[in-house]
Design a protein. Sequence first.
Length: 147
Amino acid sequence: MMVEQLDELYREVILDHFRSPRNVGELPGADISAEGNNPLCGDQITFWLALDDGKIRDARFVGKGCAISQAAGSMFTEQLKGKTLADVSALIAAMKALMQGQPPDPGVDLGDLESLVGVRKFPVRVKCAALSWNVVEQGLTDYTKQS
């Protein structure tokens, strides 16, 4: 019974972020921008990150696609704000581990992203959720190479 209630709660969190996404829109003057897509599902997403003193001051995204990909983008932008690039790398690693069936890393605050844990029951949907952090990871890699 408890698992069903958790699944329902998680579904509500995902639907809330899909219906009312946070941090949507381009971010002029962003230090990092990256885009990607998931051809299987038709998901597309672009992220912009503005840095200030080594931390993410603002994070925004624009995308189209399934509820999971768009909700993940919304949740991810919320978790990025105020983080250092090292924190972001740890967050990405924690989400990858979570999608591979490992328990949540107690040292990383996932916020609403934890609601995506149920997605791993549907392997084809993991790519929808993972698009956000894969795109941001690519953006961080490109940014680090330029610096």
